[in-house]
Structure formats: C-alpha cells, structure tokens
Design a protein around this ligand. Structure first.
Ligand SMILES: C[S@@+](CC[C@H](N)C(=O)[O-])C[C@H]1O[C@@H](n2cnc3c(N)ncnc32)[C@H](O)[C@@H]1O
Length: 290
C-alpha cells in the first residue's frame, strides 16, 4: 500500500523512519480498520512527529492517537544497548511545536491526538489509554522498550499490532523483546520490514491465512516503476549539480582568459614591446636569426 509521495515528502523532515517503514505503518492502520480491531493508536518515541503524522492519517473514524516522548532526546544507555548506542545519548531531540507543525501540515486536527511529554518512567504511570489496537514503539533502548511493552501490551486488543522500529538496529531493543516474551510466555510470529523494523499481531498463532499487503513476503513498499522514477530523479539532480559546477568553472576560466588577453594587449602596446620588435627585425636583417 504505497503512501502518496506528497505525504511522504511532508513528513520527511520530521522523521528518522525510512519510507518502507512508514508505508508499513500505513498498511497496518488500514488492516486494523478493515478488521475493526478495537482500540486507540499509541506511539512511544515520537521525536519530531513524522511517523506519528502517518499514524494520524490512518486513525479512521473513532480512534485517538496517544504520543509519548521526553522531547529531551534519548536517555542514558545501559550495557545491553551496546557501545555504539552511547554516542546517541541526548540525541534525537524533537519538540512539541515540531510535532504540531507536521500534524498541521498533513491536516490532522489537534482533537485527534494527545501529547504526553516527559520520561516514560513518569508518563506511563497514569492516565493510559484503555484499549489499544496499534502500538508503535520507536524508543531504541532496552529499558525504554521493555517498559513500553510491560505497560501497554496487556491493553492491546486481540488482533492488535505491535511495531518495534529498532528491532534489527539496536541490540537493546531486540533483547527487550526477547526478555519480554520469555517473562510472559509470548511466542509471536515476528514479521520484518527492511533490516530494522519488526511487528506482530497479538494472539496470531499462524500465517496460513496471509494478510494481503501486510506479510513481509508479499509486502512491496513501492512498485518497481516508482522505485525507478525515484532513482532517476536523484540521478538527474546529481547531473544538474555537476553541470552547475562545470558552468561555474567555465565562467572562471573565461574570466582568467579575458584577464590574460588584456595583459597581453597592454604589453604589446608598451615601449618595451616596440623595442623588442625592433631588436628581432635587426637580428633577422643581420642574419643572426633565421
Ligand atoms: C528514534 S526517536 C523516534 C523517531 C520517530 N518515531 C520518527 O518518526 O522519526 C526515539 C525517541 O524516543 C524517545 N525516548 C526514548 N526513551 C525514552 C524514555 N524513556 N522516555 C521518553 N522518551 C524516550 C526519545 O526522546 C526520542 O525522541
């Protein structure tokens, strides 16, 4: 279910998610609406709001969107998150105005969503949505992901969906998933999109009935034609930039040439040049040069 390119363009400055992951979010919203799975949509890890804006377009008639983020960037890591994660502490700082701006840009009214700013350790303590159809967990670290799953999983409806944005990217996220499953005896069928995203449907025990547009093996994020157009567009942009650069170099070379011609003209009209000419003709006349 490819998203319109204009919607993707609108959210692009507000998200770290790749188009295939955003397209899968949109496809999951459509599926949950078609199946009338009851509950709201929740996102933990909203940053500037790009993925939240995509979810907001898939709310359908009666759902509400709950958005949780510190708006102070990523918290400290633990050993489980690995060495590379340390460099990201305090990064990914979104703001509430960023979030509202992208919601506005895609035409989502403020009544459709609730923003819960602050650390999950505080905001997940009270006033939680009663029933959830979709949980988008884009919170990167072990502690954050585990807390999100522990808090919201019991509220997810049968057939509802959990998406882990960082399953293949951050080892802490993957470990939190497996630790959570072990604690609760869960054995989800983990579906994958690209190298990072993973998702599953609560209570689904087999894939003998495939869900069109959802299952990874059937999932085609863009038609090959769209893919080719995108590649060609970026090639044209690259060539245009090169052409511009070459034109600038040509202009510079022309200016230098003009400068040199002017200098030559000046030298030729000088007394020195006249004497030089006289000297050469004297040498020729006296047979000193041929
Ligand atoms: C990768 S960003 C989210 C990206 C976003 N979904 C997008 O569309 O690009 C991760 C976010 O998780 C938030 N986060 C992680 N752990 C948190 C915690 N314990 N409490 C509050 N926010 C947290 C960070 O503030 C950060 O904005």
């Amino acid at each position: 279910m490819p998203l319109s390119s204009s919607l993707l363009e609108q959210v692009r400055p507000y998200t770290l998610c790749t188009p295939d992951r955003l397209e899968n979010l949109a496809a999951l919203c459509i599926h949950l609406n078609q199946e009338a799975v009851p509950g709201d949509f929740v996102e933990c890890g909203t940053y500037k709001g790009g993925s939240a804006a995509i979810l907001s377009k898939g709310l359908g008639e009666s759902r509400h969107l709950w958005l949780y983020d510190s708006f102070e960037g990523l918290p400290p890591t633990t050993e489980r998150d690995g060495e590379d994660a340390k460099a990201w502490i305090g990064e990914c700082v979104g703001t509430v105005p960023d979030l509202k701006a992208v919601m506005n840009a895609v035409g989502t009214s403020e009544s459709a969503y609730t923003i819960k700013p602050g650390w999950f350790e505080t905001t997940l303590q009270h006033d939680l949505p009663e029933q959830i159809a979709l949980l988008h967990c884009d919170a990167d670290w072990y502690d954050s992901v585990l807390l999100v799953l522990e808090t919201f999983y019991p509220r997810i409806s049968p057939g509802g969906c959990v998406i882990l944005d960082d399953f293949g990217y951050w080892e802490g996220c993957r470990e939190a998933f497996y630790d959570f499953c072990q604690r609760h005896g869960e054995k989800p069928i983990l579906e994958r999109v690209g190298p990072d995203q993973a998702f599953w449907f609560k209570g689904r025990s087999h894939n003998r009935q495939v869900i069109p547009g959802i299952h990874a093996d059937q999932y085609v994020p863009r038609s090959s034609l769209q893919e080719t157009i995108v590649q060609l567009e970026s090639k044209v942009q690259f060539l245009n930039e090169q052409l511009q650069h070459t034109n600038q170099q040509l202009q510079h070379t022309n200016q230098q040439l003009q400068h040199t011609e002017n200098e030559l003209e000046f030298v030729k009209s000088s007394r020195f040049w006249w004497l030089r000419e006289q000297w050469w003709s004297f040498k020729q006349n006296t047979g000193q040069v041929k």
